[in-house]
Design a protein around this ligand. Structure first.
Ligand code: ZN
Length: 239
């Protein structure tokens, strides 16, 4: 009798759906729309796409069943348009990160605007043959913003995607050191937009374990998508 009962109990427990790692979809029309709850993260990957490494990142995200946002460099997108499309086809969101990863604080406002516009155009052009479109999300290289550029972007209905947690994968760490640093920084902050890069082998190497352990700790991964109103014209910055 005891084993009968415990057998049913085991069955019931097994039938209960596992807690989902894939969290909310957040429609973003302004930076203020990104209000994350405790243990809620947004994954972002900057500076790609990069052959092989971006593909490996896509596989890790697929295996974990979560969606991310890729902030692409225009020159990289133009060099690897098929990879831009592969990211879109997997259901991830694509924003831009200038044409050449320029520190926009170090150049004049006209050149800065040209860098931003060119980067957006390159990403958009890579997606043109498909039904996918880039999101009007922008991230400043080196997070080096200016008030003037922020105002210009806002006027053009482009959302600046800021960073709450940088895992620091631009530093020369082993995958294990990077995993520990990333986990420490995420746990300390508790929620937020996480900055990673899809151009480093160490990030690829530790990502599956990072995702598995975040899931085990009860985190969920929110997916940013552009608010419908922002998706209409793509040439917002040019006015
Ligand atoms: Zn960058």
């Amino acid at each position: 009798m005891f084993s009968f009962t415990s057998g049913w109990w085991t069955l019931l427990r097994a039938a209960r759906p596992a807690r989902s790692f894939s969290g909310r979809t957040i429609a973003v029309g302004a930076i203020a729309d990104i209000k994350l709850k405790r243990r809620e993260l947004v994954l972002t990957f900057d500076d790609g796409p990069m052959p092989q490494l971006t593909e490996d990142i896509l596989k890790a995200l697929d295996d974990a069943g979560v969606k991310a946002t890729f902030m692409m460099i225009g020159a990289q997108a133009s060099a690897h348009p098929a990879l831009v499309r592969a990211v879109a086809e997997k259901g991830h969101t694509i924003g831009s990160h200038t044409q050449h990863h320029v520190n926009l604080r170090a150049v004049d406002p006209i050149s800065a605007k040209a860098e931003i516009d060119k980067g957006r155009d390159s990403v958009a052009t890579s997606l043109e043959p498909t039904r996918y479109r880039a999101a009007p999300l922008f991230r400043f290289p080196y997070l080096a913003d200016t008030a003037l550029l922020r105002a210009q972007l806002a006027k053009g209905d482009i959302v600046v995607l800021d960073v709450d947690i940088s895992i620091g994968d631009e530093n020369d760490l082993s995958p294990h050191q990077l995993y520990r640093q990333a986990m420490r920084r995420i746990l300390r902050r508790g929620s937020g937009v996480v900055l990673m890069h899809d151009i480093h082998a160490r990030t690829v190497a530790m990502l599956p374990k990072l995702l598995a352990d975040l899931r085990a700790r009860g985190f969920t991964i929110a997916h940013l998508v552009p608010a419908a109103a922002l998706l209409a014209p793509m040439s917002a910055m040019s006015s």
